[in-house]
Design a protein around this ligand. Sequence first.
Ligand code: FES
Length: 188
Amino acid sequence: MNDDRRTVLKAALGLGLGLALGDPARAQDPEPRRARPRPGDRLVFASGPRKGKSIRPRDLSPNGEPLTAWPMDPRTKIVRDDSRLNEILLLRLEPADLSDETRARSAEGIVAYSAVCTHTGCDVWEWHAATKTVKCPCHFSVFDPKDGARVLDGPAPRRLPALPLEVADGVLTAAGEFVGRPGFQPAG
Ligand code: FES
């Protein structure tokens, strides 16, 4: 083998080794668009004119309409929008209204839950400002976002899984994974 070919071979091996060793997270994550939200993921608008843009606390009004969001890997900028189980419901509430556990997961009064109803999986929500609750219009389950999205009424078998939040670099960021399984599998 001449020197030129040796150099090319070394470069190719080095590149391959670098790719394999340099990014273990990617190597273990063949479907990042379907992976569940991870700590450090930024939350981005799921729809509307700012779709795909990071969400700041001021984008939500206290006791105002909820927003829906997708998690985004901040490193690769990949939005995890290839599984509806990753859709996130965001609400801004008064911190004083939150249960201790919910306040601990919140950021500036903003709470995050799976946007998929635990009954049969609808993902459209009605906000009831008077009671500060969300209602699934499909079969009228009512959840209390002030208290871990526990079920107040209707056929839903379990609460909406919460997603712990923090504010990092001024934008809403996942501070953990979903607490519980998103979706409408039976409780257990
Ligand atoms: Fe939400 Fe049935 S899907 S109450």
